[in-house]
Ligand binder design. Sequence first.
Ligand code: GTP
Ligand code: SPV
Ligand code: MN
Length: 651
Amino acid sequence: MAKTPKFKNAKVQAWVDQWNKVCTPEKIVVVTGTKEEHTAICEMMVKKGQFIKLDQKKRPGCYLARSHESDVARVEGRTFICSKNEIDAGPTNHWRDPVAMKKEMLKKYKGCMAGRTMYVIPFAMGPIGNPITQYGIEVTDSPYVVVNMNIMTRTGDAVMKHLDKGGDFVPCIHSVGAPLKKGQKDVAWPCAKKIDDKYITQFPEDGEIWSFGSGYGGNALLGKKCFALRIASKLAKDQGWMAEHMLILTLTSPEKKQYHVTAAFPSACGKTNLAMMLPKLPGWKLETIGDDIAWLKPGADGRLYAINPENGFFGVAPGTSQFSNPNALLSCRKNTIFTNVVLTPDGDIWWEDMGIDAPEEGVDWKGNPCYRCVDDKRRMGPKPGMTKKEVKELGYVAAHKNSRFTAPAVNCPVLDKAGFNGKFNGKPTGVPIDAILFGGRRPSTIPLVNEAKSWTHGVFMGSAAGSEVTAAVISDQIGQVRRDPMAMLPFFGYNVCDYFQHWLEMERTSVDPTKLPKIYFVNWFRKTAAGEFMWPGFGDNSRVLKWICDRIDGKVEANTTAIGNLPYAKDISLENNDSEDPNFRVNEKFLQELVTVDVEGWKKEIATIGASYDEYDKKASKDTTVVNPAARRVPAALRGILAQVTAELGK
Ligand code: GTP
Ligand code: SPV
Ligand code: MN
């Protein structure tokens, strides 16, 4: 056992001491958060073969990691909400009894850090000192986690100083679950290889996070999904605020009017892209505040104010290109960690749809050689001389579909620095939100943009969100449409029905409900029967944002339909719609279709929304502790909207 360092905060002392005794690491390092320390850990990992140092002229401060094949994304099947009562975890979460779970996991943690260093990471979710900010301590045996946390959160001495003064924090424990015997050589990506040995566990009532067996992304960087969404959503419900899977952006019109927008899209459905999008519409300026998580609090004036609790971007690499998201590429030019992308012979990185030619030869995410296709310079295959078709048939990609970059937010050329620092008009309130967008990948039925008729209707829209499952999660359902309410399905820290009720409460308890943001549902992903996207997306999404601003300002009429207020096609600006590439040009015929109600499609849609509600209600119906027949079920107000839309569609 290592010697536990001394901490001024008694709770920190107890937390580290406890896990030192259980996990028996070789030594303990308290992360101070300096640049030198960060670099030294990266270099240590290079020496151990866990990081590849990229060409420092092309990518200063950048490294590449390759994960184990079993450890490439979040594991929803092994993610648990451990509330005392099962009903409090609700119908969408995997529930376990907290006492039994701690007992089971303690067995796993026993001796799990043997031969390894235990790092103690003090971190802040939000700007240090901001009244909305929350603090955490992550104890981990993964240096990869340390350097990623350094980028994704504010870490080190400044946080510890805050805790020294007795500040409270969320205690987190993480282990890759791969102890080393004496003299045993470490591997490139230590983790528990069997999926059933991985645990991503939240104890919302104790406010604790216990993670074991995975080193990847949201499974291991515990400030992100585990804390800022699962634990925070429960806190937020209890305290009257909201923790959401949302980007935050600042939009400035040619008339210099400013708008703040948040958007909740499921994993790998376009948050990072929208958050730093380059508007196609002339004169419009977009700035980034956050790309994944927003904490929103009601202000004294009735508006909702948002901060981004994170400090960096853990962005999807494939598809990120000079055309689709130049600001993301610029964000990862320096001090960035790449995971599971292709290594090029000149020490740079590449991925599918990066918009640049593949190297003739490279090393794929598994560490195997890969080669440029003979008939497509932008594809790579596992053998020399392959065609694009052969590669596709193999289902091969050189960069993993959920390969990612971890980039500091300060690198983003369009960062709204004040907003990112939680400031608005010089005050640490966060920014006032004008519009909330929901969305998802929906190849059919769902229009380009649909405005809610009321807050309750907006909550209904969010509750009914759905999307094709993406590679951001290890699942056998990739590509199938599933309901993903408010893009939070994997991230609710409590019962989804209570969460819906909480959204409704935000209006009921508001000092001025007229000041709440307007709510919209957007869909950039409609496809033709032939499988082509009907909307160019990316920078062209600024056309939709402008319509939303016009609606907020009362400048345009909308088409009032059964499903919501749709734009008239003429009100979607087609200025600057002259790209040579038809994929990056709005097709006016498609646009008309995108703003028309597909009545038959919607009847089916409504039926599946109703079915999802029924499914949610089942849990309470089967639970003997729920006596009130309306309790712990989908709120009647949402059922009311469902009935109303159904009736109007039938007319
Ligand atoms: P997480 O980080 O997993 O929460 O994902 P995200 O919501 O931030 O998704 P991201 O912006 O990284 O986008 C994921 C994928 O969707 C990328 O491959 C993008 O190229 C693609 N994408 C994003 N926006 C658009 C769009 O407007 N149209 C189309 N067709 N694809 C898009
Ligand atoms: C997501 O899956 O929504 C992500 C990536 O943002 S992860 O941090 O792994 O959750
Ligand atoms: Mn996300």
